[in-house]
Write a protein that binds this ligand. Structure first.
Ligand SMILES: Cc1cc2nc3c(=O)[nH]c(=O)nc-3n(C[C@H](O)[C@H](O)[C@H](O)COP(=O)(O)OP(=O)(O)OC[C@H]3O[C@@H](n4cnc5c(N)ncnc54)[C@H](O)[C@@H]3O)c2cc1C
Length: 474
């Protein structure tokens, strides 16, 4: 710690209390890394404020001292956005103590929360009023609403409810100079100039610190129907998606694709999960489809069974297993969620999160597979994801764990080949996970020109001294 840092630490302690300014390495280290330990940095301290006023005062003091602030939530982000660089001079501002529900309006179906509340806690509170906060991500127990908004998180219900952005009605934000913008309005209709909240959603803590949010809720579904279907090929999968969306638009909440190679990987490394669904390494491409009904009656199931029967007649699917119990439904999702673990078992993996217009998914799969095969024969495509959103996790595993090192060395060339194809299909190299510190150069390459200039102009307008999460996004 430099001598110049001491007055700032003293001033911060005066705001939040000495024990909430963490400088001891044993206390500080967890705040200097992400959940997976992929990104590591060094901070001057981590500060744990308990109110919006405290956040504003901390940011003001840091601005006065010319010190960078790193907004941080549950540290589950996948691109290092909440991790400081290794200079050891920045202040990490973690909102975990700001975890209250401010209000719930059952008639408007809205909830107002502090930004440090976890997604799981906010969802649980909504459920007490038979309402659903329909953001479904695997990290909900740790991810905070501020982080979910900061990353504009997606997840497996986007098909029905949209990205986080679609559910944010109002925001409270501490700006880089310490002023508080109160935009906690809960209005469905509000055409009063620029929709400022949308600037902050997905800005990954580079424009300000979200301290509160009003979120749109939905009625809690009364009944869920879940089906697991081996599908003939990707074109058949899209035909089925199209027909189910037209017939069940309001109910279809998830349409997940798992490629044949991915199915085989799970069957190899997690055979106990595969056998519950009668899946083997030879099964081929599979779909996990879920419907959420607002009525408890079984009528909807009959219509879905008929539609899946028709899909079988059309030759799109070769089988359809409809969950007959919550246990079976969980087994289907456990199979889907085992992919990351199976990939870990298979050695080093190259992970990507890309999107293209839905109709271009077959082109993406064939063209990117060919482009990467031209780079190296050792990268085995492991493709799966939210097909209904055009979002594919286009990952690569080594053919055998022993050649992991080779795959790691080739990662930049593999990712460049994939991103080139994504760009040619008018897609996005980062569908859900954002830019953080991991993809800053990629953003500069693929959004170069006016788009990047506008982003940088907005950043400069709000944060002229580049103190709010510097080195991230732009
Ligand atoms: C197992 C697992 C599954 C996941 N599944 C999905 C998925 O399906 N879809 C998906 O989109 N993501 C997914 N993620 C990524 C991650 O969980 C989400 O991006 C999550 O929204 C991040 O929340 P967090 O509180 O952990 O944020 P952090 O990781 O702490 O921060 C993420 C970014 O948000 C900023 N930030 C944090 N808090 C604030 C705030 N209060 N104000 C302003 N900026 C802030 C940070 O500076 C950083 O740039 C997954 C992650 C894991 C580990």
């Amino acid at each position: 710690m430099t001598l110049a840092a001491e007055p700032l630490l003293t001033a911060l302690a005066a705001v939040v209390g000495t024990d909430r300014v963490l400088t001891d390495p044993a206390d500080l280290t967890p705040y200097e890394t992400d959940w997976r330990g992929h990104f590591k940095g060094k901070a001057l301290c981590a500060v744990l404020p308990g109110s919006t006023a405290e956040v504003a005062e901390i940011v003001r003091l840091c601005a006065e001292a010319g010190v960078a602030v790193i907004p941080q939530g549950g540290r589950t982000g996948l691109v290092g956005g909440g991790v400081p660089n290794d200079a050891g001079t920045a202040v990490v501002l973690n909102l975990a103590r700001m975890n209250k529900v401010r209000s719930l309006d059952p008639m408007a179906m809205t909830i107002a929360v502090d930004a440090g509340i976890t997604l799981a806690a906010a969802r649980q509170h909504a459920a007490t009023a038979q309402l659903n906060l329909p953001i479904l991500i695997g990290s909900e127990g740790s991810a905070q609403i501020g982080g979910v908004i900061g990353t504009n998180a997606g997840g497996s219900n986007v098909l029905r409810y949209g990205m986080t952005r679609n559910l944010v009605m109002g925001l409270e934000v501490v700006l880089p100079d310490g002023r508080i913008w109160n935009g906690m309005r809960a209005l469905t209709k509000d055409n009063t100039g620029y929709a400022l909240r949308h600037l902050f959603i997905g800005s990954e803590g580079t424009l300000g610190i979200v301290t509160g949010a009003v979120l749109q809720l939905a009625p809690e579904p009364q009944r869920t129907t879940t089906a697991f279907c081996p599908v003939v090929d990707i074109s058949s999968a899209l035909s089925l998606l199209d027909s189910l969306r037209r017939a069940h638009f309001d109910a279809l909440v998830a349409f997940e694709y798992i490629s044949a190679a991915t199915v085989a990987l799970i069957a190899k490394y997690r055979p106990e999960l595969a056998s519950t669904l009668s899946v083997t390494t030879e099964t081929g491409d599979c779909l996990l489809i879920e419907f959420a009904h607002m009525r408890a009656s079984e009528e909807a199931d009959a219509a879905i069974e008929t539609d899946l029967g028709n899909a079988f007649e059309h030759g799109w699917i070769t089988d359809a297993l409809i969950a007959s119990s919550e246990t079976q439904r969980k087994a289907m999702w456990a199979f889907r969620e085992a992919i990351s673990f199976a990939q870990n078992d298979a050695g080093y993996s190259v992970k990507n999160d890309v999107s293209v217009p839905v109709a271009r998914i077959p082109d993406l799969l064939s063209e990117a597979t060919a482009a990467v095969a031209a780079v190296t024969p050792v990268a085995q495509p492991i493709c799966y994801g939210h097909l209904g959103d055009g979002n594919i996790h286009f990952n690569f595993s080594p053919a055998t764990p022993e050649i992991s090192g080779e795959l790691r060395t080739l990662e930049p060339a593999i990712v460049a080949a994939l991103n080139g194809v994504v760009q040619s299909l008018d897609g996005s190299f980062s569908a859900e996970h954002g830019i953080g510190q991991a993809k800053v150069e990629t953003l500069a390459k693929f959004r170069a020109g006016m788009e990047l200039e506008l982003m940088r102009a907005i950043k400069t307008l709000l944060d002229p001294d580049n103190r709010m999460n510097p080195g991230k996004v732009v």
